[in-house]
Design a protein around this ligand. Structure first.
Ligand code: SF4
Length: 915
């Protein structure tokens, strides 16, 4: 339409044909539609594709994995199955229809003719990994297809899949051609031998003209259901919508262009009236979108570049095929998720199995940059303002920049792979530059899932680095997602509120939490932290039960008392309770899940069974963490089944990290709620908007400050959790980490719980939301593990006694370098160097606590600044802003401390003078 207007032509049939229909016919989507012209009809009429074919494939897999059968027997039985399928009435007609509908033969024939030689070297990239997930009755069965050649064919399959799924504008025909070439490239003469054996076996079965006996429970192919009528098929098609919008309007930053956008065809072209442009009383234009009305015709996307249109991946078409297979699939889908899939074994040596040390940090940076592209693309508002689009373009170019440095550090990467890897990264930025955020998101995900595991080297890449850096937490993402799904299914908002109100855990909830506790105890650190983090995001009270179990095991292990575990029932879950030795009472224990309790607080730890007849337990009505089953204990008549010398220190770094992971998950949930609220709640509509045209309460500076402080706390806890060297100067890093984590959650002004509460305002008081519960739960964090005030005082005393500088020499030197280099972090580094200098007045009664409080803030800001510098984080990046905010807070504390010293001295002098 714009072209017709630009050419000054009228909307005649001829002009529409030239300017609209012809480019449309030339588009990839149209060519694909032509190529697959018969496909919809085939799907409508087939009785085989979703039925007997699936059943035969499953039955064949079943035969192949029967351990009692020899290979020849398996081949013979599978051949019989295939022969049975071939003989089914209508099969030949269906195959003919399929060949018409999916014209792959021509593509394959062409590629076969072009094969230059047998056994052409299979190029190692761009291979990702194709994982087959095969389960029988919910039990995962490792697939053993392909025998010795499996690695070669897996790689070829992955390359082929890479071509088919690429977001590169090639028509399907070209993609399938490239996929065929990738599949056939590693073909060797020796591969023909098994093919011939299979062909002979199937031909033999056909010639025998016998039907195999129908085993009980096996699919009877002859009795396969006949075709569903088309109407019946259509009636089973359902659409599961995505929660996030699939439309985004790029709202121009340029004020003049805002007027021009009113001339866009967008406001008229949509048949569903999704786009509306309203004029406010002050004359400002305000776009309003109703994506839920969209009928997915794509007209808007073709009519203007102002629209980004995608399929964010969460929505789906659901179809009920006429096969018993779907029932099995559905049962498996409903069943608890299986154990994590073990990495696919790589029988052939991988040239990149050992990642050079220099490449590891870059791999981490790349993983973070890609995930950020995905997250930002998915979370961008329906109407994206100029700053957002500019910011997104910048983010989407970062993976390419990092990738260029990465390939230099990976000399073993073959040239073709290097080229394709860099091209894949460059495409992300190109999509973003063209306003195709959904495509950029999809390509970023593709690189993260397909390239990174290869480059990281599954066997070695996750070791060490995963434990040290949040950059590699991406490798635990699948694990987190699986647990998230399970926890969400058992602990939704209503369930958490019910538990908080005093309802006991249901048997299913109890079983899941027990499994979480035992899984976390046995898992390597990255998975353990990921699981605790997910529990914290679900409900901190439940997460705390698991952290306490881990804490108890840690104490037992550090005391060398592992033998006492033999006296506990298998899979016992432990709690930890601090006892007042004078009264032999524990003011508070959390017993919702516990089978036994480790009693601490004296020179020796004690282990007491939960059902010990002498144990007196009194439920407590506490403010927060009620779902954890708070209880007071009287131990006077209880009998310990074991005792051991209490380990020193009381809290190890591993336990503090578990606590920090719990805190991080909790913060992430509160942050998500706060952001959702500021973006969705509108106050004073139309009265004014901020520079990005926002009408929600996000336009208020106070809200921006609140969410900024929340983000700073989240960044700080994540930094200290995954890069604990940020606390290297602390005399007790575990105590420092614990204090900083609970300070972050807290309920004081500027903490996450306080700010979230502020964002919600009066709405936070509703009993139907978890916000009030979160606030009460947060108020308990400073008492968990070990009370903050005790730890802070101990930290301050150790700092003062040892005359320790707050920052180590190496940290100071690095901060000076950052200051000298200039850039976005120079100011923060300079402020920190100054803040670390003041010494509290030693005479002051609060000197120890003051010094520790200042040190905690300086360590937090220094860790953030060093991390931001290591990532080369640019201006405007959240990490940089968090570093600045944290440094400013440390500087404020230092000034306050100096001022307090001056005030104290002046008061003392005045007292002297008055005496
Ligand atoms: S795809 Fe079609 S229905 Fe959906 S918003 Fe665009 S024009 Fe409207």
């Amino acid at each position: 339409m714009r072209a017709i207007r630009a050419a000054g032509e009228g909307f005649t049939a001829d002009a529409l044909a030239r300017h609209y229909a012809a480019p449309l016919r030339d588009s990839t989507a149209h060519r694909d539609a032509e190529w697959l012209g018969d496909w919809p009809e085939y799907v409508a009429r087939t009785r085989f594709f979703f039925g007997p074919l699936v059943d035969t494939a499953l039955a064949a897999l079943d035969r192949w994995h029967q351990p009692a059968l020899a290979e020849e027997q398996k081949r013979r039985q599978i051949a019989e199955l295939v022969a049975g399928l071939v003989r089914t009435e209508g099969f030949a007609a269906d195959v003919r229809a399929l060949r018409r509908a999916l014209p792959l033969e021509a593509v394959m024939r062409q590629r076969l003719r072009e094969l230059p030689s047998w056994g052409r070297a299979s190029e190692p990239a761009p291979k990702g990994e194709v994982l087959f997930h095969y389960s029988v009755d919910g039990e995962r069965v490792p697939l053993t297809l392909g025998g010795r050649r499996s690695a070669r064919w897996h790689a070829a399959l992955a390359r082929a899949a890479g071509h088919v799924y690429a977001n590169d504008g090639r028509p399907l025909e070209a993609k399938f051609a490239a996929a065929a070439e990738a599949l056939l490239a590693p073909l060797r003469p020796g591969d023909l031998f098994p093919l011939v054996r299979w062909a002979v076996a199937i031909a033999g079965a056909l010639l025998r003209r016998t039907r195999p006996p129908v085993e009980e429970g096996a699919p009877d192919l002859a009795a396969a259901p006949v075709a569903q009528p088309l109407d019946a098929k259509l009636a089973t098609v359902g659409f599961l919508p995505a929660a996030a919008t699939h439309l985004r309007l790029w709202w121009p930053t340029d004020l003049l262009r805002r007027r021009i956008i009113s001339d866009e065809p967008l406001w008229h072209v949509c048949p569903a009236g999704v786009y509306q442009l309203r004029q406010q009383s002050d004359g400002a234009l305000r776009p309003v979108l109703h994506p839920e009305n969209c009928i997915k015709c794509e007209c808007c996307w073709r009519a203007t570049d102002a629209i980004d249109w995608g399929r964010p991946g969460r929505h789906a078409i659901r179809y009920h095929p006429p096969s018993a297979a779907w029932e099995r699939l559905w049962a498996q889908w409903q069943a608890p998720l299986p154990a994590p899939i073990a990495p696919h074994p790589r029988p052939e040596p991988d040239p990149l199995a050992v990642v050079p040390e220099a490449a590891r940090p870059l791999l981490g940076k790349l993983a973070t940059a890609l995930r950020r592209v995905e997250t930002v693309a998915a979370q961008m508002a329906r109407v994206a303002d100029g700053a957002s689009s500019e910011w997104f373009r910048h983010l989407a170019d970062l993976p390419r920049q990092i990738g260029e440095r990465l390939v230099e550090a990976l000399p073993s990467l073959p040239p073709t792979a290097t080229e394709e890897f860099l091209a894949a990264l460059a495409r992300i930025g190109e999509h973003a530059a063209r306003g195709r955020a959904f495509w950029a998101e999809a390509d970023a995900r593709m690189v993260r899932f397909h390239w990174l595991p290869l480059l990281a080297g599954r066997e070695t890449g996750s070791e060490g680095s995963a434990d040290r850096s949040d950059e590699f937490t991406d490798l635990t993402e699948d694990f987190r997602q699986r647990w998230r799904a399970r926890l969400d299914a058992h602990f939704d908002r209503r369930a958490c509120l019910a538990l908080d109100a005093g309802e006991p855990l249901s048997p299913e909830q109890r079983a899941l939490l027990r499994e979480a506790a035992t899984t976390a105890a046995a898992a390597p650190p990255p998975e353990r932290l990921a699981l605790v983090r997910e529990l914290g995001a679900t409900d901190p009270a439940l997460g705390w039960l698991v952290v306490e179990h881990l804490w108890a095991l840690d104490r037992i292990a550090r005391a060398g008392a592992e033998a006492v575990r033999a006296r506990l029932p298998a899979g016992a879950i432990l709690a930890v309770a601090e006892c007042d030795p004078a009264s032999d009472r524990c003011p508070r224990a959390h017993l919702a899940l516990a089978d036994a309790i480790v009693i601490i607080g004296g020179p020796r730890d004690r282990l007491i069974l939960r059902d010990d007849p002498g144990l007196r337990a009194e439920p407590l009505r506490t403010t927060g963490l009620r779902a954890a089953g708070p209880t007071s204990l009287d131990l006077a008549e209880a009998t310990a089944i074991a005792t051991w010398a209490a380990p020193d220190p009381a809290v190890s770094l591993a336990t503090a990290r578990d606590f920090a992971a719990l805190t991080l998950g909790f913060i992430e949930r509160m942050e998500a709620r706060a952001l959702e609220q500021v973006e969705s709640r509108v106050q004073f509509p139309g009265l004014f908007q901020d520079e990005a045209g926002r009408d929600s309460i996000a336009k208020f500076g106070a809200m921006k400050q609140l969410v900024g402080e929340i983000a700073t706390h989240r960044e700080a806890v994540a930094t200290l959790l995954f890069e604990p060297e940020g606390l290297a100067t602390a005399p007790d890093p575990a105590a420092a980490l614990k204090c900083l984590a609970s300070h972050a959650v807290g309920t004081d002004m500027g903490t996450v719980a306080y700010n979230t509460w502020q964002v919600f305002g009066g709405m936070a008081y509703t009993a139907h939301d978890t916000i009030g519960k979160d606030y009460r739960d947060a108020s308990e964090f400073r008492f968990l593990l070990a009370p903050d005030d005790r730890l802070v005082r101990a930290l301050g005393e150790r700092l003062a006694v040892a005359e320790n500088p707050i920052l180590s020499e190496s940290t100071e030197a690095r901060l000076r370098e950052i200051t000298l280099a200039g850039g976005p972090l120079a100011g923060a580094a300079q402020a920190l160097l100054a803040a670390a200098q003041p010494r509290p007045d030693p005479e002051s009664p609060t000197a120890a606590v003051d010094r520790a409080e200042l040190a905690l803030r300086v360590w937090r800001a220094a860790a953030l600044t060093l991390r931001a510098a290591r990532h080369d984080a640019p201006e405007g990046e959240a990490l940089v802003e968090a570093s600045r905010l944290a440094a400013a807070e440390a500087a404020r504390w230092a000034a306050e401390l100096a001022d307090r010293g001056r005030r104290t001295r002046a008061a003392l002098a005045l007292g002297e003078a008055l005496r």
